[in-house]
Design a binder for this molecule. Structure first.
Ligand code: SF4
Length: 228
């Protein structure tokens, strides 16, 4: 997989993702980038502080009864890329931040391979509270929580959404196909028209490392949309 645009630090993360990269001896190595240049009430009208406060005390669905804490979202509120996953797991419920633990570490590596630090993107989930025993979110829970995510999308106004995993992809796109059929093309997120790229959840990639190559292809598709 030759890619003359990769920096040395990105190569390290691709190696961690077990993706082999070959490079011509004639290919110049780009210098490391020092930094990344930033590009970009009620839930439907809330500012960040108000929205965060509403989520932290939300009782709109029964998941508030079993959560340790809500998991609002984290990252650059003016990000080009918004990463949207499913729901908090045990680690996230404990720490109050999305995508922590081993899956979160792999997501960080994937982002670094694509040229982003974790803090460059904005990361959120479909649900802000952990479903017990990590079961799938129920439709009424997704419906109850959707205004929060919708407002986050409006406030970030990303150039691209990456839907991570089946639950995020199906709920964002209102489709029922598996990730394998939704990935590999650019979708549009209603009603904003934001481009959406679907990829595998890092927890799945940890169980199925052979799919990491496809996840890298998804990130390359994403990079091609936002010009990175
Ligand atoms: Fe509220 Fe969403 Fe948590 Fe349900 S999952 S209690 S709607 S914040």
């Amino acid at each position: 997989m030759p890619d003359p645009f990769l920096r040395p630090d990105q190569l390290g993360f691709l190696k961690a993702m077990e993706i082999e990269v070959w490079r011509s001896r004639d290919t110049p190595v780009a210098p490391p980038a020092d930094s990344r240049e930033p590009v970009g009430v009620t839930p439907d009208a809330a500012d960040w502080d108000s929205l965060s406060a509403q989520v932290s005390t939300c009782t709109r669905c029964r998941l508030h009864e079993t959560r340790r804490q809500t998991v609002f979202g984290v990252g650059n509120r003016n990000a080009d890329w918004m990463i949207i996953g499913e729901a908090p797991g045990a680690d996230e419920d404990r720490q109050g931040e999305p995508f922590v633990g081993r899956a979160g570490q792999l997501l960080n590596e994937m982002l670094r391979a694509a040229g982003f630090a974790r803090g460059d993107v904005y990361i959120a989930n479909i649900l802000k509270c952990r479903p017990p025993n990590n079961r799938d979110p129920r439709p009424d829970e997704v419906a109850a929580c959707s205004a929060y995510l919708g407002r986050q999308i409006e406030l970030v106004a990303p150039k691209l959404v990456i839907a991570v995993g089946r639950i995020a992809a199906q709920n964002l796109l209102q489709r029922d196909e598996p990730v394998g059929r939704l990935r590999g093309e650019v979708h549009r997120l209603d009603p904003w028209g934001v481009p959406v790229v679907v990829t595998y959840h890092p927890a799945y990639l940890l169980r199925s490392p052979a799919q990491k190559r496809k996840a890298w292809a998804d990130l390359c598709l994403a990079r091609s949309i936002t010009g990175r």
